[in-house]
Ligand binder design. Structure first.
Ligand code: GLN
Length: 482
């Protein structure tokens, strides 16, 4: 069963080839067998999953099943889950059991999906390798000496290793797309505002967006259908109708206009990745697309702008973790100040502290105009670049990340080298656009991802474009030997 996609499993459940309880048990057995090594899960909720599976089977027996009824999925541990530890990969929240469900989690429950557990991630979603997690690194199932990417590395590894057919991720600067690329799966970061952020532990609120991670675009469409939509509890949620993402998957790509930004193919890109991306673009030509070069002239400023905006917002968001009401508290504080200082000093890891310091600095009086305001202006220029490009093309394609999965420790001592892992993804967050990563081949036996960027609310188009490619190729069907 574990080789099947969500769409295939939904059919199997419908045809009564197996029950959700059997399917869920098979996933739990596989987690038990393989996750000791991979470390993709922080918490496995086996008993609750089996109970939910039995409820889904009963729902189906009553004739009330929807497309995801009885399908096991796993949630990134950044989402609050009622009665279940919601750690965000941090010692700070190691003891935090959420009293409520995030909107995304609630919607999966309402759709009858079965939650297998909570997935490992970089601490507070800050990282590109999963090495900053309090719960230890996740291993890439393609080569356990390499990182799975981050911050949704647990999600990507769990899906790639067939521990779960689908998982949620979040993407502030690339955290769905880059791990999807490193682990050879399909991931979609929706338009900012498409999916509710309510109950999703905040990193950088103007950039954070949740999305689906699965093996195929078809499965991402099924998951996004459940996740997307207006939520009055999130003030940045956009009240716009949700299309039927599965309905247009098979649409013809005849006449599709693809833009290749020249800035995406410059120095620093692994030549084998460039070759595979061009080969995938050729496949699109055969499907009827036309290709032209475009330019995003402010691309090179996206890293510097992101590493001001994201830390600034994180320094504000993470101010709430003070050891007073919930979360980690240091032992025997002398006074209130000591409580704050030691709780935060001991509860947060090095990368999180680095971001808080940078952000606090960038927002302080005298520096605000020089850094934060300037970064916001760059952000506008980057959005304008994309707006101009989308006057001539329907989608933009390029590499997801400049390299394939790197080895543990290779970049962890050098924050700048680590940050470069996201040079092709962060501009998309700064502009609030939707972006996907799909598998397009292997370099050195490690998966390579291609990024597809669309205009605002073009998720339907992205899924269609990805699906048509997956109908004529089988990179997304390759599985790691485990
Ligand atoms: N790697 C980037 C960072 O560390 C992006 C993380 C993310 O998208 N959550 O900020």
């Amino acid at each position: 069963m574990h080789e099947n996609t969500i769409a295939e499993l939904a059919l199997g459940l419908k045809n009564k080839d197996y029950s959700s309880e059997e399917l869920t048990r098979a996933c739990l057995d596989r987690i038990q067998a393989l996750d000791g090594e991979l470390n993709a899960f922080i918490t496995v909720t086996g008993e609750a999953a089996l109970a939910a599976a039995r409820a889904a089977d009963a729902q189906r027996a009553r004739g009330e099943a929807g497309p995801l009824t009885g399908i096991p999925i796993a949630q990134k541990d950044i989402f609050c889950t009622r009665g279940v530890r919601s750690s965000c990969g941090s010692r700070m929240l190691d003891n935090f059991v959420s009293p409520y469900d995030a909107t995304v989690v609630e919607r999966f429950h309402q759709a009858g999906a079965v939650m297998l557990g909570k997935l490992n991630m970089d601490e507070f979603a800050m990282g590109s390798s999963n090495e900053t997690s309090f719960y230890g690194p996740v291993k890439n199932p393609w080569d356990t000496g390499t990182v799975p990417g981050g911050s949704s590395g647990g999600s990507a590894a769990a899906v790639a290793a067939r521990l779960a057919p689908g998982a949620t991720g979040t993407d502030t600067g690339g955290s769905i797309r880059q791990p999807a690329a490193f682990c050879g799966i399909t991931g979609l970061k929706p338009t900012y505002g498409r999916v509710s952020r309510w109950g999703m532990i905040a990193f950088a609120s103007s950039l954070d967006q949740a999305g689906p991670m699965a093996r195929t675009a078809e499965d991402c469409a099924l998951m996004l259908q459940v996740m997307a939509g207006f939520d009055p509890r999130d003030s940045t949620s956009v009240d716009q109708p949700v299309p039927d993402y599965s309905a247009t998957l098979g649409d013809s790509l005849e006449g599709l206009r693809i833009g290749l930004p020249k800035e995406f193919f410059g120095e620093g890109l692994d030549p084998e990745i460039a070759r595979l991306v061009h080969a995938a673009v050729d496949e699109y030509r055969r499907l009827g697309a036309t290709v032209k070069e475009v330019s995003l002239p402010h691309m090179h400023l996206s890293g510097p702008a992101y590493y001001v905006v994201a830390p600034a917002e994180c320094s504000s968001n993470l101010a709430r973790f003070d050891g007073v009401r919930y979360g980690y508290r240091c032992a025997e504080p002398k006074d209130l100040k000591d409580l704050y200082m030691r709780s935060r000093g001991e509860g947060f890891g090095a990368e999180v502290q680095r971001r808080i310091l940078i952000g606090t600095y960038a927002l302080s009086a005298g520096y605000y105009d020089a850094y934060y305001l300037k970064a916001q202006k760059i952000r506008r220029l980057i959005s304008e670049d994309f707006r101009r490009a989308f006057e001539d093309v329907d989608v933009i394609m390029g590499p997801t990340s400049p390299s394939v999965a790197f080895r543990f420790g290779e970049k962890s001592a050098d924050p700048i080298a680590m940050y470069l892992s996201d040079i092709y993804t962060i501009a998309v967050n700064l502009a609030g656009l939707p972006g996907m990563s799909i598998p397009v081949g292997f370099s050195n036996r490690l998966p390579v991802g291609m990024q597809i960027i669309g205009d605002y609310f073009a998720e339907e188009r992205l899924l269609n474009v990805a699906h048509r490619y997956q109908q004529v190729t089988d990179w997304h069907r390759q599985a790691p030997a485990l």
